[in-house]
Design a protein around this ligand. Structure first.
Ligand SMILES: Cc1cc2nc3c(=O)[nH]c(=O)nc-3n(C[C@H](O)[C@H](O)[C@H](O)COP(=O)(O)O)c2cc1C
Length: 221
């Protein structure tokens, strides 16, 4: 176990099932433990703990410090993070509504930071259909996902309640997955330190939607 220090990477693990008896919390705890064992500073963003309303105003649309407490708390965690691991169930071949709702509240907090995808399901396929959806969503949010992903089958039988793997294969597989995530997290952190992006300029997504950084329509010549 490596202890975190002032140069440690900071990862937010975002977990998005808010239903009673949810099983994926065990997989989220597994990922948190594995990142902590690498000396990372890790914060679990649990959609059940930080209950957000259905999206009305985005975080950026509130005056500084005036968003609802749960939104402020998540905003602070995302801003401090160097990267994100998203732990997602598969609900009807896509991601849970609670996770999408959480992700959609935020925008600039993700930019120029990598993400890594963990999906799971009760069956044998490990949530791979949600995985494909999630890659596209994360790309649009500005936190591109690393090439490797970590699908987990039979999630209910694969971990204990503290997030210890009951099948040793997960302890083995997770090493390369997190090695790759850390590589990208280091690389983009270094790049952000060397060159700050000008957040007053619209992003590519905003240009495509015809709006500026304040959400105002860009006049056509
Ligand atoms: C609304 C809903 C939709 C589901 N859809 C799928 C699905 O499309 N594919 C799948 O493999 N499992 C599906 N399942 C089963 C989940 O894989 C299983 O219940 C899993 O434990 C859900 O994660 P959670 O317990 O963390 O909420 C679905 C479950 C729910 C509640």
């Amino acid at each position: 176990m490596t202890m975190p220090n002032s140069t440690s990477l900071h990862t937010a693990v975002i977990y998005g099932s808010a239903r009673q008896g949810r099983q994926g919390i065990k997989a989220a705890r597994f990922i948190v433990r594995k990142l902590e064992q690498r000396g990372q500073l890790v914060t679990l963003v649990d959609s059940q703990e930080h209950l957000l309303p259905l999206l009305d105003l985005m975080y950026k649309e509130y005056k500084a410090g005036k968003a609802p407490a749960a939104m402020e708390a998540i905003g602070d965690i995302l801003k401090a993070a160097d990267g994100f691991v998203i732990v997602s169930a598969e609900y009807n071949h896509s991601i849970p509504a609670a996770l999408k709702n959480l992700l959609d509240h935020f925008q600039s907090e993700y930019l120029y930071k990598p993400s890594a995808i963990v999906t799971y399901s009760a069956g044998p396929f490990g949530g791979v259909r949600a995985l494909i959806n999630l890659r596209a969503i994360l790309a649009e949010l500005g936190t591109p996902s690393i090439p490797s992903a970590f699908p987990i089958s039979h999630v209910h039988n694969s971990f204990d309640d503290d997030g210890n793997a009951l099948d040793g294969i997960y302890d083995e597989r997770v090493i390369k997955f997190l090695d790759e995530f850390e590589w990208y997290t280091h690389a983009l952190k270094l790049a952000r330190e060397q060159k700050q992006f000008d957040h007053s300029l619209p992003t590519q997504q905003q240009l495509c939607r015809g709006i500026n950084t304040s959400g105002m329509r860009i006049p056509r010549p």
